[in-house]
Ligand binder design. Structure first.
Ligand code: MGD
Ligand code: MGD
Ligand code: SF4
Ligand code: MO
Length: 753
């Protein structure tokens, strides 16, 4: 349905320079016809349904879709401000090629693809396919579900194992822990009226990821049931403030705290022995491994109150239903897979998984998930014949290729050295830890292609910048969110809501922009590759061969990606505003006759890692680097800030200190400090934040710019990635270095802005 509304267009334009939004109406206050088209935001995995307000063919703004019973008109500031990118004067509307003198010149996108094909073939012919790496980021899966399959298909056809994603610098502990523990073949109880929710190192009220889809409404629902929220976080976050028990632990001590909670549950005989007898191995091994983690020992070590720890364990131990969800803080602070594993163990010894006969409140709509069954998929040891990296003894894992090794794979000479790379929907110059090394590596490539919408730091390093379309300029579905629910506890939607959108606007007149997937399709054509395409949930069936003639057909690809979904894409498409698809209902099936799979809560490797934490309580760096830098997210940016910053928000990321630490260091809020880690030093603006645990400092990542080009901290903010060394204190499974809990020392510089 299209609604026409007349408004004064200038008032509704976002941000500065908004006159350019309207052809021929610059500076004039005149009436324009505004059309509203239903769609959904694709800046994050929540896919909030919106009305897109369009005047003279250009996106003006979005508003939350009225009448949607799930989202209730919700949008956030990140989603609303992203709209300013569409007609921003600095948006990249034409692909660019770097000239020998370092300047960029426009090049038709199809010509750029021809040239890239020629240069890429030369590298691959000379060095072999492993010399080509692909890096994909956040904006690949959200934008549309075709992108993911296309990227995977492209690199498979090239024959290179070097596909890197942000997974291994995000929460790689999740799939790795699952492989050690096994997986329940039905969802957790996150969506079905839990009595207790444990949140470890995540701040869902700001990040808007988990628990249970809509953080605030699920927390309210939990409270209304008389249930309890337990939060582990060194900072009294927005989420921690809502908790029944907040364990404000020292960073990096989550494994000890979780082991302590498990010990109390075992000790006080609060485990679900019936569930364990039926489905779980390793209980006795777990009991032995957690024995040293008495509440008193853990309390001393983690800097918390032993009584709070015991009380939290008893809440989990006595709740009939519950779940544990963890986030980046849990994964980035040193023991990701172990922390994720212990969270799974807590659920398994309490039997907090959905059981046979339960109706799923939120069955997937657009993915072809297997029928849920109340049975255990036994542990699935790591990938067979994993690709071996040439550095640090790392290999591919269940989380994919270790992204923290990419820079060294580019910089280390020898057979297999990466010489050409395409980065898409990502900003590797900012997001990959150890920025100094990463930028050196990107500069040293023979060919770097960046698919982007703006001249990001990575784009400025590239040989070619491919001008990308933005989400409202292409069709999409919210299927990826349903896939996320299968990936991790607490992600996904609380109700079976499905939505498809067509493109609702055309790119600005004269623009030569392309979808990420189409760029790879056309490049594959030029390279003479035959692509094969996977569905949104690979179900073991052979990928579908693609027709490699023509310009690529989004409709046909959408069909392949959603093939076999519970609700046919065609049906979902009949509801442009999206709809609930509760029928056919999905019930958890009973265990198959003769099924012997069991979960393992006493995996030897994980128990070994837990034992190792007993002797590694102190870092050698503690004396010289007494403070710990924590990760956090800001409500108004999605990872690296874009041109579309919301008005009135500072352009920099502040270093937040406990007021007592500020006073002890002689630092005034709003002045500059030097933050030094064993790897590097950066300058930041200090701020006072009483929610911090004393001894910790917290900052948001992906600010700052290229090294040497971001001296004006007030304008660029500060790169946290520069402080991280990728080759010390890294996780042996995923290669993830410590990206939170980073040892630092801080010196006042003064200089208020
Ligand atoms: N130190 C530190 N580093 C971190 C983290 C941390 O906590 N601390 N977090 C890590 C995590 S969890 C993640 S997921 C990664 C994120 O890292 P990335 O996936 O690289 O995410 P962004 O930084 O948002 O970069 C996205 C790029 O997409 C472009 N872009 C913006 N909007 C659009 C769009 O609509 N379409 C397209 N095609 N492109 C667009 C931007 O210009 C930018 O270049 O960072 C990781 N890095
Ligand atoms: N507004 C906004 N939303 C986002 C993003 C964004 O950039 N902005 N990014 C998106 C992305 S890519 C991701 S992956 C998700 C991440 O979503 P979350 O994982 O929820 O990320 P954060 O909000 O940073 O919460 C991490 C919390 O971990 C805490 N923490 C740090 N170190 C430790 C530790 O050692 N132990 C414990 N227990 N806690 C610790 C921090 O204090 C912080 O409160 O958010 C997504 N949503
Ligand atoms: S960015 Fe905000 S508006 Fe957009 S989908 Fe995510 S939560 Fe919704
Ligand atoms: Mo992320």
């Amino acid at each position: 349905m299209t609604v026409h509304v007349a408004i004064v267009n200038r008032l509704l334009c976002y941000g500065a320079g908004s006159g350019s939004t309207f052809n021929g109406s610059k500076g004039k206050s005149e009436m324009a016809t505004v059309e509203r088209k239903p769609s959904f935001c694709r800046v994050c995995q929540n896919f909030c349904p919106v009305d897109v307000h369009i005047a003279d063919g250009a996106v003006q703004r979005i508003t939350g879709a009225a009448g949607n019973e799930i989202y209730r008109g919700y949008t956030c500031v990140k989603g609303r401000s992203h709209v300013a990118l569409y007609n921003h004067p600095e948006r990249v509307l034409h692909s660019l090629k770097k000239l020998p003198d370092g300047r960029f010149a426009r090049i038709p996108t199809v010509d750029a693809i021809d040239e890239i094909a020629t240069r890429l073939s030369a590298v691959i012919d000379r060095e072999g396919p492993r010399a080509f790496a692909l890096f994909m980021g956040t904006y690949v899966p959200f934008e549309n579900p075709i992108n993911l399959s296309m990227v995977a298909s492209f690199i498979r056809a090239v024959g290179s194992p070097m596909l890197f994603t942000t997974s291994t610098i995000d929460q790689p502990g999740k799939p790795i822990a699952k492989s050690f523990h096994g997986a329940w073949m039905a969802p957790s109880q996150a969506f079905s009226d839990p009595d207790v929710a444990l949140v470890v190192g995540s701040n869902p009220l700001v990040s808007l990821v988990g628990p249970a889809g809509f953080p605030m409404s699920s927390i309210r629902k939990l409270e209304a049931r008389g249930g309890h929220l337990i939060v582990l976080d060194p900072r009294k976050t927005e989420t921690a403030k809502r908790a029944s028990i907040h364990l404000q632990l020292k960073p990096g001590e989550d494994a000890a705290v979780l082991a302590g909670m498990i010990r109390v549950i075992i000790d006080e005989d609060l485990a679900d022995h019936e569930f364990i007898a039926e489905n779980v191995d390793g209980y006795e091994r777990l009991r032995a491994a957690v024995a040293p983690f008495t509440p008193e020992y853990v309390a001393r070590r983690a800097g918390i109150d032993a009584a709070d720890l015991t009380a939290a364990a008893r809440l989990i131990g006595s709740a009939p239903r519950g779940y544990g969800a963890s986030g980046t803080g849990a994964n980035m602070s040193g023991h990701g897979p172990l922390v994720e594993y212990l969270v799974l163990c807590l659920s398994s010894i309490r039997g907090h998984w959905t059981r046979a006969g339960e109706r799923l409140p939120s069955p997937s709509v657009l993915t072809s998930a297997a029928e849920p069954r109340a049975q255990a998929r036994p542990p699935f040891p790591d990938v067979e014949n994993p690709e071996k990296l040439r550095v640090r003894g790392l290999t591919a894992s269940r989380a994919g290729m270790p992204t923290s090794a990419l820079a060294d794979e580019i910089l280390t000479p020898g057979a297999g050295q990466v010489r050409a790379m395409i980065s898409t929907g990502a900003n590797p110059a900012k997001c990959i830890p150890d920025q100094l090394k990463v930028v050196d590596a990107l500069r040293s490539l023979e060919l770097l292609v960046q698919v982007d919408v703006q001249m990001s730091p990575t784009a400025r390093l590239a040989d070619y910048v491919i001008a990308a379309r933005l989400p409202y300029e292409m069709p999409g579905t919210n299927g990826f969110m349903q896939r996320m629910a299968e990936y991790t506890v607490g992600a996904g939607l609380p109700e079976p809501f499905g939505q498809y959108t067509d493109a609702v606007v055309e790119p600005p007149p004269g623009a030569d922009v392309i979808e990420q997937w189409r760029f790879f399709y056309l490049l594959a054509q030029r390279l003479g590759l035959e692509l094969t395409f996977d569905g949104l949930v690979p179900d073991g069936s052979e990928p579908t061969p693609l027709d490699m003639d023509g310009a690529g057909d989004a409709g046909a690809l959408m069909e392949i990606v959603h093939a076999g979904s519970r609700i046919p894409l065609e049906e979902v498409r009949k509801h442009p505003q999206g709809a609930l698809f509760p029928e056919p209902a999905v019930f958890v099936a009973p265990k198959e006759a003769g099924w012997t799979g069991r979960l393992d809560v006493g995996n030897e490797t994980m128990m070994g890692d837990l034992a190792a934490t007993l002797t590694s309580a102190r870092d050698p760096e503690d004396e010289a680097f007494p403070l710990r830098l924590l990760s956090r997210r800001l409500p108004y940016v999605m990872n690296s800030p874009t041109l579309a910053a919301p008005p009135g928000k500072p352009a920099h990321n502040r270093a937040n200190f406990h007021p007592g630490d500020l006073a002890a260091l002689g630092i005034a809020a709003g002045t500059l400090v030097e933050i030094r880690s064993p790897r590097a030093a950066v300058v930041a603006v200090a701020d006072s934040d009483p929610t911090m645990r004393p001894g910790t400092v917290s900052m948001t990542h992906s600010f700052g710019d290229l090294p040497g080009e971001d001296d004006d901290v007030w304008r660029h903010g500060t790169s946290i990635g520069r402080l991280i060394a990728d080759d010390v204190a890294f996780d042996p499974y995923s290669g993830q270095p410590r990206m939170s809990n980073i040892p630092i020392r801080v010196t006042a510089l003064g200089g208020a802005g």
